[in-house]
Design a protein around this ligand. Structure first.
Ligand code: NAD
Length: 370
């Protein structure tokens, strides 16, 4: 029996709660398809600080290095907020993980089922069929990583700080490739977002993206939009977008806005793909829910497990090449939500169920399918 080897970094708050049921679902789907699961757990975030004094222990990095993918929960919470910023769980674990594994491509589906349109702050008549789009964000370049990045005192006693926004042609082309591959299996439309009317990096971005699609993917409809307009258009009519392609900081902001218009964080998954391939020749990736550790509901067993489960489905698709199993999980989640079995964040007048019951309903659907 072939075993799928991945690292499990559940983290803090609701992370371990939704991870536990997600692993059961994976076991069910994989077992039925003749695969074994070689999932190695390792501490990360606040849990790792409590255990070994560091948010991303060396041993955890080694577990991830030995794996073909990382299934990540979420990290952080009030308990660790008084630590110096550089030692706090999110900054001291997620950012170094992205850097260590060169996770340059963040893929965030913005999916809102028609039966959950009430979860969106948008008027339902604007999104009668729900929302279905994807944001592709460059994750390891731009102003978050550019050098110099410093704060300095000036001779006249004033203080200044600077960040550097920098992009290479090769960095733009490799994220454009991810957007193209995503668009090819969707609506074949890419909207590239920049600020080419002001920023030199954006002028290069637009030039490179235009030439790339013209040469390699002429069958994909490419459009360009300034980031300020994109922020408005997302709130006005998100379904005008199929695939949004953008750089690091714009993507940080736009993907969160997309998350809000898509309703509950409990439904939103993501993948961050690395430069290198794993031992199977597929992209190495880190897969995690869009939301955080939800301290307000942690420990109560009522978190929505769907974002974590859908993140695991993305892992099967991208890092293990098991598209059919990923689709099976996605269908079971969707049918469960449609059937009215829902946690509190998406219940809208229905009797809410807890994490366990929602996961059981998904497992039962998976069991009942051939
Ligand atoms: P949050 O995303 O944890 O929660 C925002 C709201 O969404 C809360 O009301 C929460 O209950 C709800 N929510 C989120 N996920 C849910 C789920 N699965 N089911 C039901 N409801 C859900 O955001 P926050 O309050 O800004 O952050 C809390 C902590 O999480 C902070 O310490 C922050 O640093 C951390 N955080 C971590 C990550 C990560 O690990 N990638 C991401 C964001 C925030």
């Amino acid at each position: 029996m072939k075993a799928l080897k991945f690292a499990v970094l559940a983290g803090d708050g609701i992370g371990p709660e939704v991870m536990e049921v997600t692993l059961e679902i994976l076991e069910q789907v994989l077992g039925k398809a003749g695969y074994a699961m070689d999932a190695e757990a390792a501490p990360v975030g606040g849990a790792a600080i409590d255990q070994v004094g560091k948010a991303l222990p060396e041993a955890t990095i080694r577990v991830c290095e030995a794996a073909d993918a990382i299934l990540f929960g979420s990290v952080g919470g009030p308990k660790w907020e008084s630590l110096p910023p550089a030692e706090q769980p999110e900054r001291a674990s997620l950012l170094p993980l992205r850097k260590h594994f060169q996770l340059f491509a963040n893929i965030r589906p913005g999916l809102l089922y028609p039966e959950l349109v009430a979860a969106s702050p948008l008027k339902t008549e604007r999104i009668p069929e729900g929302i279905d789009m994807v944001c592709i964000r460059e994750l390891t370049g731009g102003i978050y990583f550019g050098q110099p990045k410093e704060r300095r005192e000036l001779p006249d006693g004033d203080v200044e700080a600077l960040d550097t926004m920098v992009y290479k042609k090769s960095e733009i082309e490799r994220i454009a490739e991810v957007a193209a591959q995503t668009a090819l299996v969707r609506g074949k439309r890419v909207c590239s977002v920049d600020k080419a009317n002001v920023l030199t990096t954006s002028v290069l971005w637009r030039e490179v993206v235009t030439a790339f699609f013209k040469e390699k993917y002429p069958q994909i409809g490419l459009s360009h939009m300034y980031v300020d307009n994109a922020a408005m258009q997302l709130a006005r009519n998100p379904n005008q977008f199929d695939v949004l392609l953008t750089e690091n900081m714009f993507g940080d902001i736009l993907s969160d806005e997309m998350g809000i218009v898509c309703g509950s964080l409990g439904m939103l998954c993501s993948a961050s793909l690395g430069l290198g391939n794993n031992s199977l020749g597929n992209p190495f990736g880190l897969y995690e829910p869009a939301g955080g550790t939800a301290p307000d509901i942690a420990g109560q067993g009522i978190a929505n497990p769907c974002a974590q489960i859908l993140s695991a489905a993305m892992m099967l698709r991208f890092s293990f090449g098991l598209d059919d199993l990923a689709t099976r999980i996605e269908a079971a989640v969707r049918e469960t939500v449609q059937s009215g079995v829902r946690t509190g964040d998406i219940a809208f007048g229905l009797e809410p169920v807890n994490t366990r019951a929602m996961a059981d309903a998904i497992i039962n659907r998976l069991k009942s399918k051939g």
